[in-house]
Design a protein around this ligand. Structure first.
Ligand code: HEC
Length: 448
C-alpha cells in the first residue's frame, strides 16, 4: 500500500513536472522564435535593440536576432541583459519600470538557444510593436500640447569612433517666477541623437527655500561637499524611459532664475552625430499649487577614502524631516562602484532594508521606481542610510588602476558614493492618511 502510494505520487510528480517545465521533453517542445522568444524580446529588449536605438544590434526580426543567439544566451543567463541590477532576494521587489526577465523567461531564451535557435512557424509571430513617434513629445497629447517650458543643453558632437564622453553643460530655465512642474520629459533633440545618447540627466539647480530640507541636506553633507544648491528636481532620460508624471496632488517646485545642470553620457555610433538634449516641463497652472512637494535628494556620503588594492565601505545618513514616500532609488558611483544599499532606520530603532544593488555597473545608471503599493512610507525622524561598496582591486574588471588611492571627485577615475532618491513629503495629517490608505489597500489585497 505504502509503496503503491509512493509510486503513484511519483508518477504524478513526473507528469506534473513535464507539464510545468518541458525541459527534458521531446524535441518538438523546444521554444521557437516566433511563438516564444519574440514576445519576450518585444517586451524586454526592443526598447534598445531596434534600428536607430542605443544597442549595437536589432533583435526585432529572426534574421537579425539569429546570429547573436550564443551571446544572447550568455548575457541573459548571467542577468547582464536587460540591464537591471537590483538584488532580487532582498528588499522591495515591485517596480514600475522593471525590465528584468523572470526566471521562466530566462529559461525560455536559454532553451531556445540550446535547441539551435529555431525560427518556428511564421504564423505564430506576434504583431510588431508600434514604437511611439520619436520626433514628438510623448505627453503632448495627454496635456493638449507641447511642454510649457523647453530647456536645451549646449550641443555636443560625438565623433564616429571615440571613447565615451560625459557632457556637463548648464542652461538657465528662463523662469522669471516660481512654478510647479506636474510632468517632465527629457529626450535627445534629434532622432539621430538617440544613437549616441546613452543616458541624459537634468538636475534643477536652485537655492533650497524650505528650512527643514536645508537642515536635512546639511546633516547629510560630509567632508565639506556643498549640496545646498543641488537638491532640486529632476529626471533622467534613459532608453525606454520617456518621462515622469507626478502623482496626483504632487509637483516639483521650480524657482525663478533656476538652472538645469546636464549630465549626459554619449557613446560613439560609427558616424559623427551632433545633438543637444531637451528637457520639456509641463507646468501646473499659475494659480494651482499642488499639496505635496516632490524633491530629488542626494543621499549618502560626500567623501570617500579608498586605499589601493582594497574593498572600501562608505556610509551616509539622511534624516527625513517629515513623513514621506520614497519614490525611486538610483545608486551613483563610478568605475570602482561595486554595490549600494538603501536602508531605513525608523524612529523606533527598527531597520528596514529598502533596496540593494548587488552588481553595480557604471555603464547603467538605472533609476529603480517603486510601484504604487510598494513605495515605502516612512515617518518623520527616519534616517535613510546609504552604504556604498567600492572594489579597488584587480578583481574589478572595470578598475583602471588598483594601485592608486581614490578619493571623491567628478572624473570617472575619482569616486562618488551617493544615491539619487525621489521623495514626496507630507504634513502630519496627510502622512497618517497615506499610511491608512496603504494599509487598507494591502488588507484588501491580502483578503482576496
Ligand atoms: C536599456 C537598453 C537595453 C535593453 C533593455 C537591452 N539591451 Fe542588450 N545591450 C544594450 C547595449 C547598449 C548594449 C551594448 C553595450 C553592452 O554590451 O553593454 C547591449 C548589448 C547586448 C548584447 C551583447 C552584444 C555583443 O556585442 O555580443 C546582447 C547579447 C544583448 N544586449 C541582448 C539583449 C537581450 C536579449 C535583451 C532583452 C532580453 C536586451 N539585450 C535588453 C542595451 C539594452
Amino acid at each position: 500500500m505504502k509503496s503503491a502510494t509512493a509510486k503513484s505520487l511519483g508518477m504524478f510528480v513526473l507528469v506534473f513536472g513535464v507539464w510545468a517545465a518541458p525541459a527534458g521533453a521531446a524535441e518538438e517542445a523546444a521554444p521557437t522564435f516566433t511563438k516564444d522568444v519574440a514576445p519576450i524580446f518585444q517586451a524586454k529588449c526592443e526598447a534598445c535593440h531596434r534600428p536607430g536605438s542605443i544597442a549595437p544590434m536589432s533583435l526585432v526580426t529572426y534574421q537579425e536576432a539569429r546570429p547573436w543567439a550564443r551571446s544572447i544566451k550568455d548575457r541573459v543567463a548571467a542577468r547582464q541583459m536587460p540591464p537591471w541590477h537590483v538584488d532580487r532576494t532582498v528588499g522591495i521587489q515591485a517596480f514600475k519600470n522593471d525590465r528584468s526577465l523572470t526566471d521562466a523567461e530566462i529559461d525560455t531564451v536559454v532553451r531556445w538557444v540550446d535547441a539551435g535557435a529555431p525560427r518556428g512557424n511564421p504564423a505564430d509571430a506576434p504583431a510588431s510593436v508600434d514604437w511611439p513617434d520619436e520626433s514628438k513629445w510623448y505627453f503632448a497629447e495627454q496635456f493638449d500640447g507641447p511642454p510649457d517650458l523647453i530647456v536645451e543643453s549646449a550641443p555636443f558632437t560625438m565623433a564616429a569612433e571615440a571613447n565615451d564622453a560625459w557632457w556637463k553643460p548648464r542652461s538657465p530655465t528662463g523662469l522669471t517666477e516660481d512654478r510647479w512642474a506636474r510632468a517632465i520629459e527629457i529626450r535627445p533633440g534629434t532622432v539621430a541623437g538617440r544613437k549616441i545618447t546613452h543616458h541624459a540627466i537634468a538636475r534643477l539647480v536652485q537655492e533650497e527655500v524650505d528650512p527643514a530640507i536645508r537642515r536635512a541636506n546639511a546633516a547629510n553633507a560630509a567632508n565639506g561637499i556643498d549640496r545646498s544648491r543641488t537638491a532640486g528636481t529632476f529626471m533622467e532620460w534613459a532608453v525606454g524611459k520617456q518621462g515622469e508624471i507626478m502623482r496626483p496632488g504632487a509637483g516639483k517646485l521650480m524657482l525663478a532664475d533656476s538652472e538645469i545642470q546636464w549630465d549626459i553620457h554619449y557613446s560613439a555610433a560609427g558616424e559623427e552625430i551632433t545633438d543637444s538634449a531637451q528637457l520639456g516641463v509641463y507646468l501646473y497652472p499659475k494659480d494651482q499649487t499642488p499639496e505635496h512637494r516632490q524633491v530629488l535628494h542626494i543621499m549618502g556620503a560626500g567623501g570617500v577614502d579608498i586605499p589601493p588594492n582594497s574593498v572600501a565601505v562608505t556610509e551616509g545618513f539622511f534624516p527625513l524631516q517629515r513623513g514621506a514616500r520614497i519614490e525611486s532609488y538610483q545608486p551613483h558611483m563610478h568605475l570602482r562602484g561595486k554595490a549600494m544599499s538603501m536602508e531605513a532606520i525608523l524612529p523606533t530603532g527598527r531597520r528596514r532594508l529598502l533596496s540593494h544593488v548587488g552588481d553595480f555597473n557604471f555603464n547603467w545608471h538605472n533609476s529603480y521606481v517603486y510601484a504604487d503599493d510598494s513605495a515605502p512610507l516612512l515617518p518623520k525622524g527616519t534616517l535613510i542610510k546609504v552604504t556604498a561598496w567600492h572594489d579597488n582591486t584587480a578583481a574589478n574588471r572595470a578598475n583602471p588602476d588598483p594601485d592608486v588611492w581614490v578619493g571623491y571627485g567628478d572624473r570617472t577615475v575619482d569616486e562618488m558614493a551617493h544615491a539619487w532618491v525621489n521623495v514626496t513629503y507630507f504634513d502630519e495629517d496627510d502622512y497618517a492618511a497615506e499610511v491608512a490608505q496603504r494599509e487598507a489597500a494591502l488588507a484588501q489585497r491580502g483578503g482576496e
